[in-house]
Design a protein around this ligand. Structure first.
Ligand code: FES
Length: 151
């Protein structure tokens, strides 16, 4: 029987708040059982799901993308290496897209990024009178993953 963690133990070990854990459980991203008194108990393997959620959110993936990925994992049992490999394969292209976007940001930040500020010498050449505004909002020269998403 896998050892069960209380919500405060899970919060402490995962770095998420108890309210975030309750939210992710409501969103079916993690699972918890209940004691006779109705208290949540998390199986230790839920910590890996939480670490995955934290990393995914950090690189800008949406809750829907995270839910889709985690749906590849079996419920009610400890996911195996092969289970996680399935997710890794399904995500490779998406993560490469994020990596490429961040590299372009890292390499392009000292030039004009097409944001409309017209504050750099370079903007006069790359974006005179902010002509790129016609192409969309945000830093038009940066990859789409770095553009603002409607809240
Ligand atoms: S950097 Fe903002 S428009 Fe060029």
């Amino acid at each position: 029987m896998e050892d069960l963690l209380t919500i405060s133990e899970t919060a402490r070990r995962s770095g998420f708040t108890a309210s975030a854990l309750r939210y992710y459980e409501r969103e079916d991203l993690i699972e918890a059982t209940r004691t006779g008194g109705g208290q949540r108990r998390f199986e230790r393997h839920e910590l890996r799901r939480l670490a995955f959620i934290a990393a995914a959110r950090h690189v800008g993936l949406t809750l829907e993308e995270i839910r889709e990925a985690l749906s590849l994992l079996p419920s009610g049992r400890n996911p195996t290496k092969a289970d996680w490999a399935k997710i890794s394969r399904s995500w490779r292209a998406r993560l490469n897209e994020e990596i490429e976007a961040l590299e372009r940001l890292r390499d392009g930040l000292d030039g004009c990024i097409g944001c409309g500020c017209l504050s750099l010498q370079r903007c006069r050449l790359s974006n005179p009178q902010d002509v790129v505004a016609a192409r969309g909002s945000g830093a038009v020269f940066l990859p789409a993953p770095l553009h603002p998403t409607a809240e």
